[in-house]
Write a protein that binds this ligand. Sequence first.
Ligand SMILES: *Cc1c(COP(=O)(O)O)cnc(C)c1O
Length: 397
Amino acid sequence: MTDTASLLAQAQACMTPNYRPPPMVISHGDGAQLWDLEGRRYLDFSSGIGVTALGHAHPRVVEAISEQAAKVCHTANMVHHQGYIEICRRLTELSFGDKVFLSNSGTEAIEAALKISRRYFFDRHEPRTGFVSAVGSFHGRTYGAITLTGQPDYQKGMGPLLPDVTHVPFDDTDAMQAAVGPTTAAVVLEPIQGNNGVRIPRPGYLAAVREICNGAGCHLVFDEVQTGAGRTGKWFAHEHEGVTPDIMTLAKGLGGGLPLGAMVTNDEIAAALQPGVHASTFGGNPVACAAGLATMDVIRDDALLDRARRTGEQLIERLRATLDRHACIKEVRGRGLMIGIELHEPAAPVKNACFERGLLTNTAGSHVLRLLPPLIIGDDEVREAVGVIDDAIAAQQ
Ligand SMILES: *Cc1c(COP(=O)(O)O)cnc(C)c1O
Protein backbone atom coordinates (compact mmCIF):
# COMPACT_ATOMS: atom_id res chain seq x y z
CA MET A 1 0.00 0.00 0.00
CA THR A 2 1.53 3.27 -1.05
CA ASP A 3 -1.41 5.66 -0.94
CA THR A 4 -0.95 8.77 1.14
CA ALA A 5 -3.30 7.84 3.97
CA SER A 6 -1.62 4.50 4.48
CA LEU A 7 1.87 6.02 4.39
CA LEU A 8 0.90 8.66 6.93
CA ALA A 9 -0.42 5.92 9.22
CA GLN A 10 2.84 4.01 8.82
CA ALA A 11 4.83 7.16 9.53
CA GLN A 12 2.98 7.63 12.78
CA ALA A 13 3.55 3.99 13.68
CA CYS A 14 7.28 3.71 12.94
CA MET A 15 8.90 7.15 12.91
CA THR A 16 10.19 8.79 16.09
CA PRO A 17 7.72 11.57 16.80
CA ASN A 18 10.21 14.47 16.60
CA TYR A 19 9.00 15.67 13.19
CA ARG A 20 5.51 16.90 12.44
CA PRO A 21 5.35 17.57 8.71
CA PRO A 22 2.08 18.45 6.95
CA PRO A 23 -0.11 15.53 5.82
CA MET A 24 1.29 14.83 2.37
CA VAL A 25 4.03 12.66 0.90
CA ILE A 26 6.40 14.06 -1.73
CA SER A 27 6.67 12.37 -5.08
CA HIS A 28 9.11 14.49 -7.09
CA GLY A 29 10.20 18.00 -7.91
CA ASP A 30 11.33 20.24 -10.75
CA GLY A 31 12.96 23.61 -10.14
CA ALA A 32 11.01 25.46 -7.46
CA GLN A 33 8.06 23.09 -7.73
CA LEU A 34 7.22 19.88 -5.88
CA TRP A 35 4.43 17.37 -6.38
CA ASP A 36 2.92 15.02 -3.81
CA LEU A 37 1.72 11.48 -4.40
CA GLU A 38 -1.79 12.75 -5.06
CA GLY A 39 -0.49 14.92 -7.90
CA ARG A 40 -0.90 18.18 -6.01
CA ARG A 41 1.64 20.89 -6.90
CA TYR A 42 3.51 23.06 -4.41
CA LEU A 43 5.74 26.08 -4.90
CA ASP A 44 8.79 25.44 -2.71
CA PHE A 45 9.95 28.57 -0.86
CA SER A 46 11.65 26.50 1.82
CA SER A 47 14.17 24.50 -0.25
CA GLY A 48 14.36 21.84 2.46
CA ILE A 49 15.56 24.60 4.84
CA GLY A 50 17.79 26.41 2.39
CA VAL A 51 19.44 23.33 0.92
CA THR A 52 18.26 22.87 -2.67
CA ALA A 53 19.93 26.03 -3.97
CA LEU A 54 19.26 25.16 -7.62
CA GLY A 55 15.77 23.82 -6.94
CA HIS A 56 14.81 20.20 -7.44
CA ALA A 57 16.21 17.84 -10.07
CA HIS A 58 18.51 20.40 -11.71
CA PRO A 59 19.79 18.57 -14.81
CA ARG A 60 23.45 19.38 -14.14
CA VAL A 61 23.23 18.18 -10.54
CA VAL A 62 21.36 15.03 -11.57
CA GLU A 63 23.98 14.30 -14.23
CA ALA A 64 26.89 14.87 -11.84
CA ILE A 65 25.35 12.61 -9.19
CA SER A 66 24.54 9.85 -11.69
CA GLU A 67 27.98 9.91 -13.27
CA GLN A 68 29.74 9.82 -9.92
CA ALA A 69 27.46 7.08 -8.55
CA ALA A 70 28.33 4.93 -11.55
CA LYS A 71 32.06 5.39 -10.86
CA VAL A 72 32.54 5.23 -7.10
CA CYS A 73 30.15 6.15 -4.25
CA HIS A 74 32.35 5.89 -1.23
CA THR A 75 36.04 5.73 -0.41
CA ALA A 76 36.37 7.12 3.15
CA ASN A 77 39.45 9.25 3.57
CA MET A 78 41.97 6.44 3.38
CA VAL A 79 42.41 7.36 -0.29
CA HIS A 80 42.13 10.57 -2.29
CA HIS A 81 39.31 11.26 -4.70
CA GLN A 82 39.07 14.20 -7.09
CA GLY A 83 35.79 15.67 -5.81
CA TYR A 84 37.10 16.21 -2.27
CA ILE A 85 40.26 17.92 -3.54
CA GLU A 86 38.30 20.06 -5.99
CA ILE A 87 35.70 21.27 -3.43
CA CYS A 88 38.49 22.21 -1.00
CA ARG A 89 40.47 24.00 -3.70
CA ARG A 90 37.43 26.00 -4.83
CA LEU A 91 36.39 26.96 -1.30
CA THR A 92 39.90 28.25 -0.62
CA GLU A 93 39.79 30.25 -3.87
CA LEU A 94 36.39 31.74 -3.06
CA SER A 95 37.10 32.57 0.59
CA PHE A 96 39.71 33.77 3.09
CA GLY A 97 40.53 30.12 3.82
CA ASP A 98 43.66 28.11 3.07
CA LYS A 99 42.45 24.69 4.20
CA VAL A 100 39.12 22.84 4.29
CA PHE A 101 37.71 19.84 6.19
CA LEU A 102 34.53 18.27 4.76
CA SER A 103 31.66 16.93 6.85
CA ASN A 104 28.13 15.66 6.18
CA SER A 105 26.17 18.36 7.97
CA GLY A 106 26.21 21.74 9.60
CA THR A 107 26.42 20.47 13.14
CA GLU A 108 29.48 18.38 12.24
CA ALA A 109 31.15 21.41 10.68
CA ILE A 110 30.54 23.24 13.97
CA GLU A 111 32.02 20.37 16.00
CA ALA A 112 35.11 20.49 13.77
CA ALA A 113 35.39 24.25 14.40
CA LEU A 114 35.10 23.84 18.19
CA LYS A 115 37.62 21.01 18.28
CA ILE A 116 40.18 22.72 16.05
CA SER A 117 39.96 25.91 18.10
CA ARG A 118 40.56 24.23 21.46
CA ARG A 119 43.23 21.97 20.04
CA TYR A 120 45.07 24.95 18.49
CA PHE A 121 45.43 26.58 21.90
CA PHE A 122 46.22 23.26 23.62
CA ASP A 123 49.13 22.79 21.19
CA ARG A 124 50.39 26.28 22.19
CA HIS A 125 50.03 25.55 25.92
CA GLU A 126 47.55 28.41 26.20
CA PRO A 127 44.73 27.72 28.67
CA ARG A 128 41.89 28.75 26.35
CA THR A 129 38.83 26.52 26.29
CA GLY A 130 35.92 29.01 26.41
CA PHE A 131 33.37 29.62 23.68
CA VAL A 132 31.11 32.63 23.39
CA SER A 133 28.00 32.56 21.23
CA ALA A 134 24.82 34.59 20.91
CA VAL A 135 21.44 34.42 22.56
CA GLY A 136 18.93 33.15 19.99
CA SER A 137 21.64 31.52 17.86
CA PHE A 138 21.32 28.14 16.21
CA HIS A 139 24.37 25.98 15.53
CA GLY A 140 23.01 22.43 15.26
CA ARG A 141 21.92 19.48 17.36
CA THR A 142 25.00 17.57 18.47
CA TYR A 143 26.22 18.28 22.02
CA GLY A 144 28.79 20.95 21.24
CA ALA A 145 26.39 22.61 18.83
CA ILE A 146 23.34 22.58 21.12
CA THR A 147 25.48 23.99 23.92
CA LEU A 148 26.46 26.90 21.66
CA THR A 149 22.87 27.29 20.49
CA GLY A 150 21.43 30.16 22.51
CA GLN A 151 17.90 28.73 22.81
CA PRO A 152 17.12 26.93 26.10
CA ASP A 153 14.28 24.90 24.49
CA TYR A 154 16.83 23.03 22.38
CA GLN A 155 18.86 22.11 25.49
CA LYS A 156 16.03 21.18 27.84
CA GLY A 157 16.58 17.82 29.50
CA MET A 158 19.82 17.25 27.59
CA GLY A 159 22.31 18.30 30.26
CA PRO A 160 25.02 18.22 31.34
CA LEU A 161 26.15 20.24 28.34
CA LEU A 162 29.64 21.20 27.16
CA PRO A 163 31.40 23.22 29.87
CA ASP A 164 32.76 26.71 29.32
CA VAL A 165 30.16 28.20 26.96
CA THR A 166 28.81 31.74 27.46
CA HIS A 167 25.88 33.35 25.66
CA VAL A 168 25.68 37.08 25.04
CA PRO A 169 22.88 39.14 23.47
CA PHE A 170 23.19 39.27 19.67
CA ASP A 171 24.17 42.60 18.11
CA ASP A 172 25.48 43.94 21.45
CA THR A 173 29.14 44.91 21.23
CA ASP A 174 29.54 45.83 24.91
CA ALA A 175 28.19 42.45 26.05
CA MET A 176 30.62 40.72 23.68
CA GLN A 177 33.53 42.79 24.98
CA ALA A 178 32.64 41.87 28.56
CA ALA A 179 32.33 38.13 27.80
CA VAL A 180 35.57 37.64 25.87
CA GLY A 181 38.79 37.24 27.83
CA PRO A 182 42.10 35.43 28.27
CA THR A 183 40.45 32.00 28.52
CA THR A 184 38.25 32.42 25.43
CA ALA A 185 39.13 30.08 22.56
CA ALA A 186 36.53 31.30 20.09
CA VAL A 187 33.53 33.50 19.49
CA VAL A 188 30.98 31.73 17.28
CA LEU A 189 28.37 33.82 15.43
CA GLU A 190 25.93 33.57 12.57
CA PRO A 191 26.46 36.69 10.38
CA ILE A 192 22.65 36.73 10.11
CA GLN A 193 20.69 34.67 12.64
CA GLY A 194 18.59 32.30 10.52
CA ASN A 195 16.66 30.00 12.80
CA ASN A 196 15.97 32.90 15.18
CA GLY A 197 14.01 34.80 12.53
CA VAL A 198 16.44 36.23 9.96
CA ARG A 199 17.99 38.75 12.38
CA ILE A 200 20.46 41.02 10.63
CA PRO A 201 22.88 42.76 13.01
CA ARG A 202 23.57 46.48 12.65
CA PRO A 203 26.32 47.44 10.18
CA GLY A 204 29.62 47.44 12.06
CA TYR A 205 28.70 44.76 14.62
CA LEU A 206 30.67 41.97 12.95
CA ALA A 207 33.65 44.31 12.48
CA ALA A 208 33.49 45.28 16.16
CA VAL A 209 33.45 41.60 17.19
CA ARG A 210 36.43 41.02 14.89
CA GLU A 211 38.29 43.79 16.76
CA ILE A 212 37.33 42.31 20.13
CA CYS A 213 38.64 38.88 19.08
CA ASN A 214 41.86 40.41 17.77
CA GLY A 215 42.32 42.26 21.05
CA ALA A 216 41.70 39.13 23.14
CA GLY A 217 43.72 36.80 20.91
CA CYS A 218 40.86 34.37 20.36
CA HIS A 219 39.35 32.92 17.19
CA LEU A 220 36.32 34.27 15.39
CA VAL A 221 34.09 31.59 13.86
CA PHE A 222 31.32 32.53 11.44
CA ASP A 223 28.63 29.89 11.21
CA GLU A 224 27.58 30.32 7.57
CA VAL A 225 25.74 26.99 7.41
CA GLN A 226 22.56 28.83 6.40
CA THR A 227 23.90 32.14 5.03
CA GLY A 228 26.75 30.65 2.96
CA ALA A 229 26.99 29.14 -0.53
CA GLY A 230 25.18 32.04 -2.21
CA ARG A 231 22.03 32.33 -0.10
CA THR A 232 22.45 36.05 0.61
CA GLY A 233 23.65 37.00 -2.89
CA LYS A 234 27.34 36.60 -2.12
CA TRP A 235 29.22 33.35 -1.67
CA PHE A 236 29.47 34.10 2.05
CA ALA A 237 27.40 36.59 4.04
CA HIS A 238 30.41 38.05 5.88
CA GLU A 239 31.54 39.52 2.55
CA HIS A 240 28.68 42.04 2.80
CA GLU A 241 30.42 43.48 5.88
CA GLY A 242 34.01 43.07 4.69
CA VAL A 243 34.85 41.16 7.88
CA THR A 244 36.89 37.97 7.74
CA PRO A 245 36.65 35.18 10.33
CA ASP A 246 39.39 32.72 11.29
CA ILE A 247 37.10 29.73 10.81
CA MET A 248 33.89 29.37 8.79
CA THR A 249 31.34 26.58 8.75
CA LEU A 250 29.20 25.71 5.72
CA ALA A 251 26.59 23.07 4.88
CA LYS A 252 22.91 23.42 3.78
CA GLY A 253 23.17 24.89 0.23
CA LEU A 254 26.74 23.69 -0.32
CA GLY A 255 25.82 20.20 -1.54
CA GLY A 256 22.88 21.33 -3.69
CA GLY A 257 20.65 18.75 -1.95
CA LEU A 258 23.15 16.11 -0.89
CA PRO A 259 24.71 16.06 2.59
CA LEU A 260 27.89 18.13 2.48
CA GLY A 261 29.36 20.42 5.11
CA ALA A 262 32.69 22.20 5.40
CA MET A 263 34.95 23.79 7.99
CA VAL A 264 37.18 26.38 6.33
CA THR A 265 40.18 27.93 8.08
CA ASN A 266 43.64 29.40 7.60
CA ASP A 267 46.95 27.51 7.45
CA GLU A 268 47.96 28.36 10.99
CA ILE A 269 44.80 27.02 12.64
CA ALA A 270 44.51 24.09 10.21
CA ALA A 271 47.85 22.79 11.47
CA ALA A 272 46.03 21.72 14.66
CA LEU A 273 44.25 18.93 12.73
CA GLN A 274 47.07 16.43 12.44
CA PRO A 275 46.34 12.77 11.59
CA GLY A 276 44.12 11.17 14.22
CA VAL A 277 42.93 14.47 15.70
CA HIS A 278 39.66 14.58 13.79
CA ALA A 279 37.96 12.57 11.02
CA SER A 280 34.69 11.50 9.42
CA THR A 281 33.92 8.24 7.64
CA PHE A 282 31.37 9.75 5.27
CA GLY A 283 32.58 13.37 5.20
CA GLY A 284 33.33 14.53 1.67
CA ASN A 285 31.58 11.54 0.13
CA PRO A 286 32.29 11.43 -3.65
CA VAL A 287 28.61 11.69 -4.66
CA ALA A 288 27.98 14.61 -2.30
CA CYS A 289 31.13 16.33 -3.63
CA ALA A 290 29.98 15.82 -7.23
CA ALA A 291 26.62 17.42 -6.40
CA GLY A 292 28.37 20.29 -4.62
CA LEU A 293 30.74 20.93 -7.52
CA ALA A 294 27.89 20.91 -10.05
CA THR A 295 25.95 23.33 -7.83
CA MET A 296 28.94 25.68 -7.60
CA ASP A 297 29.43 25.46 -11.38
CA VAL A 298 25.84 26.47 -12.06
CA ILE A 299 25.91 29.30 -9.50
CA ARG A 300 28.97 30.66 -11.33
CA ASP A 301 27.88 29.95 -14.95
CA ASP A 302 24.35 31.30 -14.50
CA ALA A 303 25.47 34.30 -12.39
CA LEU A 304 23.10 33.20 -9.63
CA LEU A 305 24.68 35.37 -6.94
CA ASP A 306 23.65 38.55 -8.80
CA ARG A 307 20.32 37.00 -9.57
CA ALA A 308 19.70 36.04 -5.92
CA ARG A 309 20.55 39.60 -4.86
CA ARG A 310 18.21 41.15 -7.45
CA THR A 311 15.37 38.67 -6.97
CA GLY A 312 15.68 39.03 -3.22
CA GLU A 313 15.37 42.82 -3.45
CA GLN A 314 12.30 42.49 -5.67
CA LEU A 315 10.73 39.92 -3.39
CA ILE A 316 11.28 42.09 -0.31
CA GLU A 317 9.93 45.20 -2.08
CA ARG A 318 6.87 43.38 -3.34
CA LEU A 319 6.21 41.78 0.06
CA ARG A 320 6.48 45.18 1.76
CA ALA A 321 4.17 46.86 -0.75
CA THR A 322 1.59 44.06 -0.76
CA LEU A 323 1.55 43.12 2.92
CA ASP A 324 1.44 46.72 4.11
CA ARG A 325 -2.36 46.48 4.25
CA HIS A 326 -2.20 43.91 7.08
CA ALA A 327 -1.98 45.27 10.62
CA CYS A 328 -0.26 42.06 11.82
CA ILE A 329 2.92 42.71 9.78
CA LYS A 330 5.76 44.02 11.92
CA GLU A 331 8.66 43.95 9.46
CA VAL A 332 9.83 42.37 6.21
CA ARG A 333 13.61 41.99 6.15
CA GLY A 334 16.30 39.94 4.48
CA ARG A 335 19.42 39.75 2.41
CA GLY A 336 19.48 38.00 -0.95
CA LEU A 337 17.05 35.11 -0.80
CA MET A 338 17.08 34.77 2.99
CA ILE A 339 13.93 36.62 4.00
CA GLY A 340 11.90 36.94 7.19
CA ILE A 341 8.37 38.29 7.56
CA GLU A 342 7.93 39.21 11.21
CA LEU A 343 4.36 39.27 12.50
CA HIS A 344 2.79 40.67 15.65
CA GLU A 345 1.24 37.20 16.06
CA PRO A 346 2.44 33.58 15.78
CA ALA A 347 3.60 32.66 12.28
CA ALA A 348 2.62 28.97 12.31
CA PRO A 349 -1.03 29.57 11.26
CA VAL A 350 0.20 31.63 8.30
CA LYS A 351 2.65 28.90 7.33
CA ASN A 352 -0.21 26.37 7.47
CA ALA A 353 -2.47 28.64 5.40
CA CYS A 354 0.34 28.97 2.82
CA PHE A 355 0.65 25.19 2.73
CA GLU A 356 -3.09 24.80 2.11
CA ARG A 357 -2.65 27.20 -0.81
CA GLY A 358 0.27 25.21 -2.24
CA LEU A 359 3.23 27.25 -0.95
CA LEU A 360 5.92 25.70 1.26
CA THR A 361 7.56 28.05 3.77
CA ASN A 362 9.23 27.75 7.21
CA THR A 363 8.77 29.53 10.45
CA ALA A 364 11.83 30.82 12.29
CA GLY A 365 11.21 31.60 15.91
CA SER A 366 7.56 31.88 16.88
CA HIS A 367 6.60 35.06 15.01
CA VAL A 368 8.62 34.97 11.77
CA LEU A 369 7.69 33.38 8.46
CA ARG A 370 10.99 32.54 6.75
CA LEU A 371 11.45 32.30 2.99
CA LEU A 372 14.47 30.43 1.59
CA PRO A 373 13.51 29.87 -2.06
CA PRO A 374 15.96 28.32 -4.51
CA LEU A 375 18.39 30.82 -6.09
CA ILE A 376 16.89 30.09 -9.54
CA ILE A 377 13.40 31.52 -8.92
CA GLY A 378 12.06 34.08 -11.38
CA ASP A 379 9.47 36.82 -11.51
CA ASP A 380 6.47 34.50 -11.94
CA GLU A 381 7.37 32.57 -8.82
CA VAL A 382 7.93 35.76 -6.84
CA ARG A 383 4.50 37.05 -7.87
CA GLU A 384 2.80 33.76 -7.11
CA ALA A 385 4.38 33.45 -3.64
CA VAL A 386 3.58 37.04 -2.66
CA GLY A 387 -0.05 36.53 -3.74
CA VAL A 388 -0.36 33.35 -1.68
CA ILE A 389 1.22 34.90 1.43
CA ASP A 390 -1.04 37.95 1.13
CA ASP A 391 -4.07 35.69 0.84
CA ALA A 392 -2.90 33.42 3.70
CA ILE A 393 -2.49 36.40 6.01
CA ALA A 394 -5.85 37.85 4.99
CA ALA A 395 -7.44 34.52 5.91
CA GLN A 396 -6.21 34.90 9.53
CA GLN A 397 -8.26 38.04 10.26
C1 LIG B 1 20.91 24.36 10.01
C2 LIG B 1 22.02 25.04 10.76
C3 LIG B 1 22.98 24.28 11.46
C4 LIG B 1 22.90 22.78 11.60
O1 LIG B 1 23.03 22.13 10.38
P1 LIG B 1 22.61 20.57 10.27
O2 LIG B 1 23.01 20.22 8.88
O3 LIG B 1 21.14 20.51 10.53
O4 LIG B 1 23.40 19.84 11.29
C5 LIG B 1 24.02 24.95 12.07
N1 LIG B 1 24.12 26.30 11.99
C6 LIG B 1 23.21 27.05 11.32
C7 LIG B 1 23.39 28.53 11.26
C8 LIG B 1 22.12 26.44 10.70
O5 LIG B 1 21.20 27.20 10.08
